[in-house]
Design a protein around this ligand. Structure first.
Ligand SMILES: C[S@@+](CC[C@H](N)C(=O)[O-])C[C@H]1O[C@@H](n2cnc3c(N)ncnc32)[C@H](O)[C@@H]1O
Length: 204
């Protein structure tokens, strides 16, 4: 199996979500593996849209002093992507909040009500390299949500190009070579800033 260019050699590259039956309840597993009704708003993603590696993206190092994640990696479009396009599933360890790693910067909610999240800190796929738009661009060009992925017959977190919902005004999509940027939400940065302030207080 090939891994994407620039994939970190120390990390396992996932081609399917990592389900841990020991830490998930039977009802959580059942929810993950039950296909939503066709009347539901959850998008059904065909297997053809979730190949590994994902041909729509590339992982690239960021060498740009004006970029707030300079020196790190980001995820970039490998071709022009139309508004509303499903880009890539976020693969990682599916877990409940009782096993959340407080140090992880790669943990995303899959279903908050069902207490299910996906952590890609110790293994994952290209999606783990999507950065937040803050300090990079004026607004995000991608968004995350929940999808039913036919390849794994499972509910997954995924990224789409902004413009899924009709009537949101003119959407331009993402041009080849452009960085794919989402909003992590103010909550993510609020926690990180509070931690940084606490660290500065300890050091000062
Ligand atoms: C999911 S990872 C994104 C990939 C990461 N850049 C990497 O190279 O592995 C999340 C982490 O990336 C960094 N990051 C993401 N967006 C950022 C931004 N707009 N400004 C600064 N750092 C950012 C933060 O360190 C954050 O904790």
């Amino acid at each position: 199996m090939s891994v994407p260019k620039n994939w970190p050699p120390h990390l396992p590259y996932l081609t399917a979500p990592l389900l841990q039956p020991k830490v998930l309840s039977p009802s959580q597993i059942s929810l993950l593996q039950t296909k939503p009704a066709s009347s539901s708003e959850t998008e059904i993603i065909p297997s053809s849209a979730t190949p590994s590696p994902c041909p729509l993206v590339r992982i690239q190092p960021i060498h740009d002093a004006g970029h707030s994640a300079n020196g790190q990696f980001g995820l970039f479009a490998a071709r022009d992507l139309k508004p509303g396009t499903f880009i890539v599933a976020y693969l990682g360890r599916v877990h409940p909040s009782s096993t959340t790693d407080p140090e992880s910067d790669y943990d995303l909610w899959l279903d908050r009500d069902a207490d299910l999240a996906v952590d890609a800190s110790r293994e994952g796929n290209e999606a783990r390299f999507v950065n937040d738009y803050r300090g990079v661009k004026a607004r995000p060009n991608a968004e995350f949500g929940t999808a039913w992925c036919e390849r794994w017959r499972q509910l997954c977190v995924g990224f789409w190009v902004v413009g899924r919902a009709a009537g949101k005004g003119k959407q331009v999509g993402i041009r080849k070579g452009e960085e794919i940027l989402v909003s992590y939400g103010k909550g993510f940065w609020g926690v990180r800033m509070a931690e940084a302030e606490a660290d500065a207080g300890l050091e000062g």
